[in-house]
Design a protein around this ligand. Sequence first.
Ligand code: FMN
Length: 133
Amino acid sequence: MRQIVYVSLSSVLGDAADLAGILTQSRHNNAIDGITGLLWSDGKSFLQVLEGPRASVEPCFSRIVQDSRHHFIRVLSDTRITAHQFGGWNMVHRRADDRADLHDAQMNRLLTNASHSVRTQFTTLVATGNVAT
Ligand SMILES: Cc1cc2nc3c(=O)[nH]c(=O)nc-3n(C[C@H](O)[C@H](O)[C@H](O)COP(=O)(O)O)c2cc1C
């Protein structure tokens, strides 16, 4: 299996970003494709983990790269894995008025089985707004 972790910038700022649309599309497609992972967004940036069979992850990531709803896509890691680190496909989104501690607790639950490096990338982004390189 293949696991890709990337960050990008949303083309539309804040809650106007088409997060509901992305979520619906992704849940539908990823269930068919056997892809799991996590999509995090604070309304400005995205950080996504995509994992599953190579034959599914490659075309999925190609579609995502071409999507005009985000830009400046940067791959943080691209690795072979032998087991899913994320049991399902989830999305965490912090709105401006959400409590940060509740949001972080939700993130930590989703990251329970993630590798150390994936967890560090997420927690650094959430804590600082910047990605660990
Ligand atoms: C930040 C972001 C994350 C996305 N994640 C996924 C995903 O995990 N799976 C997926 O199929 N599409 C995802 N998409 C949507 C794809 O870019 C593309 O629009 C979609 O796969 C097309 O599916 P359709 O042909 O069924 O409409 C994402 C888009 C964005 C902007």
